[in-house]
Write a protein that binds this ligand. Structure first.
Ligand code: BES
Ligand code: ZN
Length: 657
């Protein structure tokens, strides 16, 4: 799996530094672990203690963090829209953990490396030897770099491949404005390695600087301090002074403009989207202020939003200082702004205190869903927050009934040997949030808010495991207020494949209205014409469509479509739920609109359920494959992989029957 396929020594006489073996170590670690760690073993005389990052095994990285830890990254990249590549260099400044180490191992995927150089602290760069291992389908290729004894800096010259899993290159036709191309990155979970050679593990945090060269007329933005206007020559410089994990390094380039919303909040979008986005998300500053009041200071300076083209594979991505957002949440009625609350909340849960490995993903997402519900309740009221909680719970119940691997129904799955993107299910999000809601219910909101704030403050800019959290929970909550929650109860929440019997299932009066309306219609007591949906929110519609029995007779689906024009809705979130129902019921009159839907959006949450529903029958699968062939080039590489997995699984199942 890791055998070298190429050993290139660009300049053999520069190998001399290799021979200068010296045990002097570089100190100055800023990445020390949390205070609760046991004393670290020493590796050599005068060695820096091994920080926490080095001692946790991350099954999704080749990086030898027991020898080196990245402190700073400097990128110098040109954006080539003709060839669909980034090219230039990445410079890593490292701390030596093991003074004797002579090899640095980095993560890469599909990178073309042209040269590698190393340098001592202030010294000049000299080329060094390196080898790129054979690619593993999930992890990519380990890049092994020979490190002379004093070397603490390395510079890698490279070019990305057009199919890089973390990049999407869009033609002008795939943007709102149709005039300029667009590029964006998506590094989470392990895609940063497809555009930067680095230690691609959330255990390691580094500050970064970047120089990005774009064609003139385009704006580049990053998860860093950003420009507010176009650069005349297409060159942009960035700095992210706070240390962040690799999955939060982000870049986008396109026909972008800036519009302020509040003191610290603004939106970047293509010109035609700017005003609608700024209006939809005008409450961002208020959410930021509420979040700070409860969970402590916002430590990242500004909080801006970037509206992506429709192919963006996620709803949102919490890139620090610049959340990336799908345009599908701009509905005109603010009914999906909880997504902004979610990405904002990651500024505490995830970006400030980070899951140490992808097995601990619920520490990022479960916490974030809990924080989101708290903020939404503060800013938009209890009714809206309960709708959020209830739609999450309704999705979780369905997901738990569909997941095949029992371990995937637990908060901490085993992802070694698997793609961490496969664990993006309602379990880490909603089961995680219900666990925290349970603790809040047991200890009371004031006490629990204070507990969470203490967790963020004590572990700021650190990466933590589930075991770290459990130790903290035990010490700060269970022991300090004994007799409320038992250790056995915590164990049950962590390991059970079921939901504990005392799960605090949320109740929503708005959803009770929907239940009543649905029952009245299905039982025949109220005709559809009399169903009063005039004030339904997007969430109520989602819940209604989610809770319809399937398959539903074609006549009933036809009646629904005729009365509410569901196939023609411009709200992609409602459309996705409707087309899923239509596919599960094989309601063919909706298929032309379903096809348009799958061709118009690339957000995985909005396309995967529709493909999955179609693929349940042989005819549906054939149609799904046809549609995918048309739509594929508009999907992000991560979305392509996910749809291909759905279709391959359905093919295998149907062949087996
Ligand atoms: N960080 C996630 C997106 C993500 C997770 C990307 C795992 C790659 C791997 C982001 O914060 C998120 O959860 N997005 C959700 C938003 C929703 C829950 C409000 C999404 O995209 O749907
Ligand atoms: Zn999230």
């Amino acid at each position: 799996m890791t055998s070298p396929i190429a050993l290139r020594i660009p300049n053999p006489h520069l190998l001399k530094p290799l021979l200068r073996y010296c045990a002097t170590l570089c100190c100055g670690l800023t990445l020390t672990s949390c205070a609760s760690q046991a004393p670290a073993p020493q590796t050599a005389q005068n060695a820096t203690p091994i920080p926490q990052q080095a001692r946790i095994v991350d099954p999704h990285s080749y990086a030898n963090t027991d020898a080196f830890i990245t402190q700073r990254i400097a990128l110098d990249l040109s954006v080539d829209f003709d060839r669909h590549v980034l090219s230039g260099s990445a410079e890593l400044t490292l701390s030596r953990i093991n003074g004797g180490a002579d090899t640095l191992v980095l993560d890469t995927r599909d990178l073309e490396i042209s040269a590698v150089e190393t340098a001592e602290r202030e010294g000049a760069y000299r080329s060094t030897s390196y080898s790129l291992a054979q690619a593993d389908p999930i992890l990519g290729s380990a890049l092994r770099i020979t490190m002379p004894q004093q070397a603490t800096r390395v510079r890698i010259y490279y070019t990305t491949r057009p199919q890089a899993s973390g990049l999407q290159w869009l033609s002008p036709a795939q943007t709102a404005g149709k005039q300029q191309p667009f590029l964006f990155t998506q590094s989470q979970a392990i895609h940063a390695r497809s555009w930067i050679p680095l230690q691609d593990t959330p255990r390691v945090r580094a500050a970064y600087d970047a120089r990005i060269k774009t064609p003139p007329g385009l704006m580049a933005v990053m998860s860093a301090e950003n420009p507010q206007a176009l650069s005349a020559d297409g060159e942009y410089r960035f700095s992210m002074p706070q240390p962040i994990p690799s999955y939060l390094i982000a870049l986008a380039v396109g026909d972008l403009r800036y519009q302020a919303m509040g003191q610290r909040t603004a939106v970047y979008a293509e010109p035609s989207m700017l005003a609608a986005a700024a209006a939809e998300f005008e409450d961002t500053e208020a959410m930021l202020e509420r979040c700070e009041a409860i969970f402590g200071p916002y430590r990242w300076g500004r909080y801006d939003l970037l509206i992506l083209p429709p192919s963006f594979p996620y709803g949102g991505m919490e890139n620090p200082r610049l959340t990336f957002v799908t345009p599908s949440v701009i509905t005109g009625d603010k009914s999906l702004v909880s997504l902004i609350a979610h990405e904002l909340a990651h500024s505490w849960s995830g970006n400030l205190v980070t899951n140490a490995t992808w097995n601990d993903f619920w520490l990022n997402e479960g916490f974030t869903v809990h924080l989101t519900n708290r903020i939404v309740e503060e800013v938009f009221g209890l009714d809206v927050a309960q709708q959020e909680r209830a739609i999450g719970a309704s999705d979780l119940k369905r997901t738990l009934s569909e997941l095949e691997q029992p371990r995937d129904k637990t908060l901490v799955p085993e992802l070694a040997g698997r793609d961490p993107d496969d664990n993006v299910t309602d379990v880490p999000y909603e089961k995680g949030a219900l666990f925290l809601a349970y603790l809040e219910q047991q200890y009371g909101r004031p006490r629990f808010d204070e507990f969470l704030r203490g967790w963020f403050d004590a572990h700021a800019f650190q990466s933590e495991t589930t075991a770290d959290f459990r130790a903290w929970l035990d010490r700060e909550l269970l022991q300090k207020t004994p007799g409320v929650v038992s250790a056995a109860k915590i164990e049950e929440w962590m390991t059970s494949t079921e939901m504990p019997t005392d799960t605090p299932w949320p109740q929503s009066t708005a959803f009770a209205t929907v239940d009543a309306a649905r029952e009245a219609w299905l039982s025949g007591s109220t005709p559809l014409a009399e169903m009063d949906t005039a004030h339904w929110s997007t969430r109520q519609w989602e819940y209604f469509l989610n809770s319809l029995p399937t398959p539903l007779p074609a006549a009933q689906l036809a009646a629904l479509d005729e009365r509410f024009n569901l196939s023609q809705t411009t709200n992609r979130v409602i459309a996705a739920r409707w087309f899923r129902d239509a596919a599960l019921s094989q309601y063919q009159p909706a298929y032309p609109a379903l096809r348009k839907h799958l061709n118009s959006i690339g957000r995985m949450l909005l396309i995967e359920p529709v493909y999955t529903a179609l693929a349940k029958t042989p005819d549906g699968l054939a149609l799904a494959e046809q549609i995918y062939a048309e739509a594929r080039s508009g999907y992000h590489p991560i979305a392509q992989t996910s749809v291909e997995k759905i279709l391959a699984k359905a093919r295998a199942e149907q062949a087996g029957h």
